[in-house]
Design a protein. Structure first.
Length: 549
């Protein structure tokens, strides 16, 4: 067993994902800090990571992915659902579909009002969103241009995108010029974590600048086995590096492994539900019943319709066309390869009784079919529908005390029948949008679900048979003050010293949108808490902002 002296590092960050990269960047701005970043996966050298349209090829690569599967989902016909998570420098920001959305302002106000997190209102988080990004379309009250994270609005030209936005307007579902701006509801062009036609992952945006400062050490292919404690004080970690176990010490240990890995590591280290730990022969260090509980995700279904007209994207998987698209990206950084495909979408309301958008669309101008790990494209278009604020809850539990064993995942989709009802309403909303005049001359036959799926009962049965994840797990080390809270409002693990969790697992309630942007915002705030630096000044609501419920 190799040991490193305590004075080597001031902070150990476990996980070089969306949160870990932001933390390394902000903490390294203090010259006296010496930061170690441990990442279980390899460096982000694979070219397909950096080509936006290469997203499917990337997350299908086992070497870049944790390749989790859920336990059989009761409401999903007992199917196991595939849950990819990034196991690579950059984490899931290196393999995701790159959509940049912050969620609705009311999400964060609810963190304050419903969960007692008074410093987490939208006016408190907006300055961190703004400070973190460099928006290609320019800054305003909501958008920033001085941050590290490159973001840009989708620019790929396809008439189906325009039809979807116009169809939303005709159907009364609303449109927006900026889902992260004054009017967050409605359908419009989405932003992506993309800069100059390349993916701008958290590693590209934040970790690379941090490494240049000289006080950050990154060790890839380093699998942390557990946190080491002296009583209730975290003193270091045990990690496998090239198959050799090492104990590395630091006064501040920060877990940033995500909503699955962080609760697993806490439990392996003796922090979690004491009875559950004892079942696996783990001596409890600290009983925290909420570790692994409160698991949330955006349940998702995908509708597909045939398209009457053929567009270049429908044929891009043919060898010659793929070569042309790749060459254009190499020389000009534009064209189909520079698109993350899901360039249009937004927040809508499933009915007139919800206070703000409770469903999300992601629209792609191409159809697809999976055969094993292969994808084939078709002359069609696709609509993802997410239930944004699920009432159902799942959990992460240990399968064994072996760190190499994946934990057990159970999302319990549609455990609460309201979630299923909202999804049924979402399918009807999407069908209504596609039925509008904007799609005349483009709309072909419904592929999935087919025209035989008519009644609410038919739709519900189809949803149960087809529900899957939209890759947004969170909440398993939730922030708060109740007995099930795992961290406080400054990310400190309750009842311990020298230990924090900073990642999507700490979200008290899932935001109404993709999670990458909120996770980076939270990590930026966490760095200021860790360094006892002043928080950025709150930004009160702008007069032009859409009214809140």
């Amino acid at each position: 067993m190799t040991k490193r002296p305590a004075q080597d590092f001031t902070h150990i960050i476990v996980g070089a994902g969306s949160a870990g990269c932001v933390l390394a960047n902000k903490l390294s701005q203090y010259p006296s800090n010496r930061i170690l970043v441990l990442e279980a996966g390899p460096p982000d050298r694979d070219l397909m990571i950096h080509i936006p349209a290469g997203v499917h090829a990337v997350w299908q690569k086992p070497g870049l992915n944790w390749n989790y599967w859920t336990d059989p989902e009761p409401a999903g016909h007992n199917r196991q659902v595939f849950m990819p998570r990034g196991k690579v420098v950059g984490g899931s920001s290196s393999i995701n579909s790159m959509v940049y959305m912050r969620g609705h302002p009311s999400d964060y106000d609810a963190w304050a009002d419903d969960h007692g997190l008074t410093d987490w209102r939208y006016e408190n988080v907006l300055p961190y969103f703004k400070a973190g990004e460099n928006y290609a379309q320019g800054g305003d009250h909501w958008r920033g241009t001085e941050g590290f994270l490159g973001t840009s609005k989708g620019q790929y030209d396809n008439p189906l995108y325009d039809a979807f936005i116009e169809g939303a307007s005709q159907a009364g579902q609303g449109t927006t010029d900026d889902p992260s701006g004054a009017n967050p509801e409605g359908v419009g062009r989405l932003d992506a974590t993309r800069r100059h036609g390349r993916r701008c992952s958290a590693a590209v945006a934040h970790l690379r600048p941090a490494l240049k400062r000289g006080n950050v050490t990154l060790i890839p292919n380093a699998a942390v086995q557990r946190v080491l404690f002296d009583g209730l004080t975290a003193r270091g970690v045990r990690v496998l590096i090239n198959g050799q176990a090492q104990d590395i010490a630091a006064p501040e240990i920060i877990l940033s492994g995500g909503a699955i890995n962080s609760p697993q590591l806490l439990m392996l280290s003796g922090v979690g539900p004491a009875d559950h730990l004892a079942q696996h022969g783990i001596d409890p260090v600290h009983h925290l019943p909420g570790v692994g509980q409160n698991l949330m995700d955006h349940a998702n279904v995908i509708l597909q319709f045939a398209c009457q007209k053929q567009f270049p994207i429908h044929r891009v998987d043919q060898p010659l066309n793929k070569l042309k698209a790749g060459a254009r990206w190499v020389f000009f950084r534009d064209g189909i390869a520079a698109s993350n495909i899901w360039e249009v979408g937004g927040l809508i309301r499933s009915n007139d009784h919800v206070p703000y958008g409770n469903l999300q669309y992601h629209f792609g101008p191409v159809g697809f079919e999976y055969t094993g790990n292969r994808i084939s494209l078709s002359q069609a278009f696709a609509i993802h529908i997410d239930v944004l604020r699920p009432r159902s809850r799942g959990q992460i539990t240990l399968k064994s005390a072996d760190p190499a064993d994946h934990p057990r995942l159970q999302f319990n989709y549609f455990q609460d029948p309201t979630d299923l009802q909202e999804m049924v309403e979402g399918v009807k909303k999407a069908r209504d949008l596609v039925a509008q005049n904007a799609f005349d001359g483009l709309r072909g036959a419904a592929i999935n679900p087919g025209p035989d799926v008519r009644t609410d009962a038919d739709i519900a049965a189809w949803v149960n048979a087809n529900v899957e994840t939209d890759f947004h797990p969170c909440g398993t080390c939730k922030m708060g003050h109740d007995e099930m809270a795992v961290v406080d409002d400054q990310f400190r693990v309750r009842g311990t010293n020298g230990l924090r969790v900073v990642d999507a697992s700490t979200m008290a309630m899932i935001p109404s949108g993709n999670l990458n942007a909120p996770t980076q915002m939270m990590a930026a705030r966490a760095a200021d808490y860790i360094m006892d630096a002043p928080q950025l000044a709150p930004m009160p609501r702008h007069p032009s902002a859409a009214p809140l419920p």
